[in-house]
Design a binder for this molecule. Sequence first.
Ligand code: B12
Length: 225
Amino acid sequence: MPNDTLSAMRRSIIDGAPDTASTLARQALSEGMAPIEAINNGYVAGMHDVGEQFARGQMFLPDMMASAEAMRSAMAVLDPELRKLGTERPMAGVVLLGTTKGDIHEIGKSLVAIMLTAAGFKVYDLGVDVPYDKFAARAKEVSADIVGMSALLTTTMQGQRKVIESLDRAGLRPQVKVLVGGAPVTRQWAQQIGADGYGANAVEAVAVAKSLMEHRAAADAGAPS
Ligand code: B12
């Protein structure tokens, strides 16, 4: 029963059990479960529970680290499957992605990177704790169409605004679209800081990135030469 498998996946994250998490992932794939179904309704659901228990003081930092390890172990199995989905597509655009300065949360950002790659985007992943000005410097080097920023802390969310200001200063804002996300980030926040798009999860991130590319193509076609 898929629901049993999904709850076992969720449990493996809460328990911080990497071996169980990867075994369940392999089992689910062999039974035909879509990798994104396992991620969203199994493992990420577990991460939400962990976050809530941490906020209530029922879980501590080492527990959260063990959960992250279990998530990584499941992703090591699912990632190649997700990537296969997009291997034969033409390049959809260039995305530069990173978690803002002061923030070392990487799981959500990496998931977004995997899904964008699977959807045909060329993704440059700057990793975590990325200095504000590095986004603009790299965006120029790789001719990024989109800069994507992840922030998991209410403090590091502020960094997203600083990166936009830095892109502005570098004169890159007209051609580079900005996409933001992360657990505390909202659509309203995205509007407030002048981002072009917001995605609540990795699936939405792909949809919004595609629509930003379409808008750009339409604007380019309509622009006087
Ligand atoms: C795992 C975890 C950790 C791990 C991270 C390990 C790693 N390698 O990434 C460790 C243990 C290191 C950690 C540390 C800390 N953490 Co922590 N952590 C979490 C936890 C439980 C899960 C995060 C996660 O991986 N979720 C699963 C992924 C798949 O989801 P996601 O990150 O939200 O990403 C999805 C979307 O947000 C979106 N998305 C993400 N990025 C982007 C980018 C773009 C462009 C787009 C479009 C979309 C998008 O798509 C993703 C996929 O669907 C959260 C709880 C929570 N509910 O978020 C707390 C949480 C984020 N942590 C928290 C805290 C407080 C901390 C610490 C300060 C704890 C401490 N006392 O030291 C430190 C900070 C370290 C630092 N400087 O960054 C708080 C933040 C509170 C706040 N509002 O600021 C949370 C909310 C827990 C809580 N409820 O209190 N943490």
